[in-house]
Design a protein around this ligand. Structure first.
Ligand SMILES: [Zn+2]
Length: 179
């Protein structure tokens, strides 16, 4: 199994689906179980919502950019590849935006799986230090640097979208430097 550091958004989405969506609800055709026993826990509604919401967002964005895209892949694992394939002709900025959404999904899936430390791998967009941590109540990453404040004097906080966009921009810049 992949380590957490190189787990892709697609793999995480599959993990979420495997972990919480019980196959027996989907009829005999999908009754193969990945566990030796049926999970005792009831269906986790938040996780189901999360998986379905993620899939719906990708499908909507793909269809908006590529109305001729064929049916979405049956498995969630193929979802992001399907999006990339169908939008590979778009201009670079649009593709970068797509990558930022995919990266954000990866962060959202990781948080849903309880991997909060994925947030710490990002420098604070405000002060550049490595003191970000996830605040579940705010649904934002918060900087622990006491000199790093927002406009109202509180700790600076960042959305996952913002962190994802910065991450993709950094990658793009280093890719350009390398060529
Ligand atoms: Zn900061």
């Amino acid at each position: 199994m992949a380590t957490q550091d190189d787990t892709t958004p697609a793999e995480r989405l599959r993990l979420l689906q495997l972990e919480f969506i019980t196959p027996r609800r989907r009829g005999p055709a999908a009754s193969r179980s990945t566990r030796p026993t049926e999970p005792a826990a009831p269906l986790d509604i938040d996780t189901v919502d999360h998986v379905q919401g993620s899939v719906a967002e990708v499908v909507a964005l793909t269809r908006a950019a590529a109305p001729d895209a064929g049916p979405r892949p049956a498995s969630v694992e193929g979802l992001y590849g399907w999006w990339r394939e169908n939008t590979a002709h778009l201009e670079p900025e649009k593709q970068q935006h797509r990558e930022a959404v995919i990266y954000r999904h990866g962060l959202e899936h990781a948080l849903m799986l309880g991997e909060r430390k994925v947030i710490r791998r990002h420098p604070c967009p405000g002060c550049g230090t490595w003191g970000l941590f996830w605040n579940q109540a705010l649904q934002r990453a918060l900087c622990v640097n006491r000199y790093c404040k927002d406009a109202s004097g509180g700790s600076s906080t960042w959305t996952l979208s913002h962190l994802a966009q910065e991450h993709v921009n950094r990658k793009e810049k280093s890719a350009r430097r390398a060529t």
